[in-house]
Structures are given as C-alpha cells and as structure tokens.
Design a protein around this ligand. Structure first.
Ligand SMILES: *[C@@H]1O[C@H](CO)[C@@H](O)[C@H](O)[C@H]1NC(C)=O
Ligand SMILES: *[C@@H]1O[C@H](CO)[C@@H](O)[C@H](O)[C@H]1NC(C)=O
Ligand SMILES: *[C@@H]1O[C@H](CO)[C@@H](O)[C@H](O)[C@H]1NC(C)=O
Ligand SMILES: *[C@@H]1O[C@H](CO)[C@@H](O)[C@H](O)[C@H]1NC(C)=O
Ligand SMILES: *[C@@H]1O[C@H](CO)[C@@H](O)[C@H](O)[C@H]1NC(C)=O
Length: 306
C-alpha cells in the first residue's frame, strides 16, 4: 500500500494540458444500441483519432471501419463446453479472411456475478485460456490480454487464482483494467496493478467517474487521459463507452454522446476535438438497457468509499 500512495501523489502532480490532446492510445469500448447506425460514423469518421475498438465479442461491428479502428476480439465468458473452440476458430477465420488481428482480450469481469460480469471460476478460465487463447500466440504471434477483472478487491484474488490454475501456461502480455470511481481511486488502483504484475503493460479497457456532476466528470476525464498519456506502461485506454447519455448506466454526465447523439465535451475531447458545449441529459430507463456491460460499478464505488 505504500507504493500506492506514491503513485497517487505522482499522478496528482501531473500538470493538466490546456489544449485538446490527441493520443494514439485511445480506443472505443463499443456497446450495441438502437442508434448504432446514426452514431457509428462519429467514432470512425474523419474527426476521430481513435485507433482501435472492442465490442465484448469476436465478430467485428459492421458499422465500424476496421481499417480505421483496429478490431480486438474478446472471449467474453465461459464457453458452452470444455471442448468448445468457437472463439479460437473465429479468430482463425478472421485472420484467414484478411483481418489483421494483433491482440485478443481474455474474459470480461469473470469475478463479477451480478449483471455484467461473466462470473467464471478461475479453473474453467485457465482451461479455456490454454485451449482457445494461448495457441493464437504460438500460431499467429497474437498478443494476449489477461482476464479483465473488476476494480474491486475480488479482482486481485480472482486473477491470482487464475494464474495459479494456469501453472505457467497462460502467457498474458498485457493486463486490462476496469475502474469506476474518482481519479485518486483510479491512480491508486493502477499503481496496485502495476505493483502486483510489474512484468505486464496495461490497457484501461473500461473506466469513468460514475454518477458524478458534469464538472467533476470533465475534470476526471481530463486528469485520467493526461495521466494515461504520460504513463509508458499504459499502452491503450478506452473510456466507457459508445452510448448516449439517456441510456448510460454510469450516469448521464460521464457520457460521450448526448441523448440526441451529439458529442459532449468529454466525447469531443476524447476524439481529439474542441469542446462542443453540448450538455448530456439523463433518461428514464438507464440501467435496464446497459445492464450487461459495466455493472460492477456499484461494487467498485462501494470499495472506493470504504
Ligand atoms: C479539459 O481539457 C480541455 C482541453 O483538453 C480544456 O479545454 C478544459 O477546460 C478542461 N476542463 C476541465 C474541467 O478540466
Ligand atoms: C450486437 O449486435 C450484433 C449485430 O446485430 C450482434 O451480432 C452481437 O451479438 C450484439 N452484441 C451484443 C453484446 O449484444
Ligand atoms: C502446463 O504445461 C505443461 C508442459 O506442457 C504441462 O505438463 C502441464 O500439464 C500444463 N498445465 C496445465 C494446468 O495445463
Ligand atoms: C507475467 O507474469 C504472469 C504471472 O506470473 C505470467 O503468467 C505472464 O506470462 C507474465 N507475462 C509476461 C509478458 O512475461
Ligand atoms: C511498473 O511500474 C514501474 C515503476 O514505475 C516501472 O518501472 C515498470 O516498468 C512498470 N511496468 C511495466 C510493465 O511497464
């Protein structure tokens, strides 16, 4: 925990850039929505600096130009059987049909068993990894992202159990990180991950200040983006996520798009553009629509507050 404190102080001392910044580390955390057709061009169009995306699955999103945003397949959760090879076969066919696959991502929040997590035991995850993920590295030189655990303490325990079950046969190249909470918590968490896995670079694949005020959300966004850009061991980051403010399950003020599908200030900054002044508004049915994807928010927030 002592190293953690050092990280927080170093992070807070980092100066805030005053002009909008661009960064080749930025990617898109893609979630399906009823407005995909209208909103997709925002992310892969000329005004966007994003370089990569993932969509929690292994089929590229038809509305996103894969030559602009490199597709990163994910094996989301437990396969239907212990001989299943669907993910492996799909990635092989993508490669065979000419799609460049440089990275794949392991399981999504396997330690999370309430909405959103893939709720997978470490033993099954290790067996699945060795069968379907590890060969992709040997056969195609694909770099492998460790399972993306939640930002709560159960995440560290799960990941440790996973590597133990792997018995040296899961050669993860980088470690994905999720965080919902304030910047101090994020900095401390990232420091703790680096302290625990000092041999791996990091991707921050889901993060936001959940349910904050608009001002706090913008300050959080700026601080974290500037910090990730300055950290050599963070090679990729994707702010959560590709959806409008009225269906956001992390609160309307964190969103990159307004309820009408216009870029908010945060959305514009993330793409490397100037602030738009568009104010996001909430909607009635926020949680229901997205419950699939970021849901360990509450657990993560409670952990921050304790
Ligand atoms: C965030 O950064 C942008 C430019 O990157 C700047 O214009 C804006 O004032 C900053 N906002 C906050 C709240 O820090
Ligand atoms: C998103 O939509 C695509 C295309 O309709 C579908 O193949 C995919 O399974 C959906 N993903 C999720 C996570 O619902
Ligand atoms: C790991 O690999 C070694 C060498 O191939 C093998 O003997 C061992 O059974 C493997 N362990 C697991 C858990 O797959
Ligand atoms: C880092 O360490 C983990 C856990 O010991 C190991 O499984 C993984 O292969 C290592 N990664 C690299 C890139 O050396
Ligand atoms: C983790 O942090 C330490 C200290 O900043 C750094 O030296 C190390 O390179 C980091 N790990 C990786 C994989 O970059």
């Amino acid at each position: 925990m002592r190293t953690t404190t050092t990280f927080v102080i170093a992070a807070l001392a980092a100066p805030l850039a005053l002009a909008q910044t661009t960064s080749s580390k930025r990617g898109l955390c893609y979630v399906n929505s009823t407005y995909s057709n209208t909103d997709d061009p925002i992310w892969d169009g000329g005004g966007s600096d994003l370089t990569w995306y993932y969509n929690y699955g292994y089929t590229p999103t038809s509305g996103i130009d894969g030559t602009k945003l490199q597709y990163i397949p994910m094996l989301w959760g437990p396969p239907p059987s212990n001989t299943d090879m669907t993910f492996y076969n799909n990635v092989k066919s993508l490669i065979a049909s000419g799609t460049q696959i440089k990275y794949v991502l392991g399981f999504n929040e396997p330690d999370g068993c309430i909405s959103g997590g893939s709720c997978m035991d470490a033993q099954t995850a290790a067996e699945t990894w060795i069968r379907e993920i590890e060969p992709l590295k040997k056969e195609h030189g694909i770099l492998l992202g460790a399972p993306a655990v939640t930002g709560s303490p159960t995440g560290f325990t799960w990941l440790q159990n996973f590597f133990t079950a792997c018995a040296g046969n899961c050669s993860a190249d980088f470690i994905p990180v999720h965080w919902y909470g304030n910047f101090e918590g994020l900095a401390s968490h990232v420091g703790q991950v680096n302290g625990t896995y000092p041999n791996m670079t990091m991707w921050i694949t889901e993060y936001a200040l959940a349910e904050g005020s608009l001002a706090d959300s913008q300050t959080f966004y700026n601080q974290s983006a500037n910090w990730f850009d300055s950290l050599s061991y963070v090679t990729h980051y994707s702010y959560f996520g590709a959806f409008r403010s009225d269906v956001s399950n992390v609160g309307p003020n964190a969103a990159m798009l307004t309820q009408k599908g216009q870029l908010t200030d945060i959305g514009a900054w993330y793409l490397g553009q100037k602030a738009t002044g568009n104010t996001p508004k909430g909607g009635a049915a926020q949680v229901a629509k997205f419950a699939g994807w970021a849901a360990v928010v509450l657990a993560a927030m409670m952990w921050v507050m304790t």
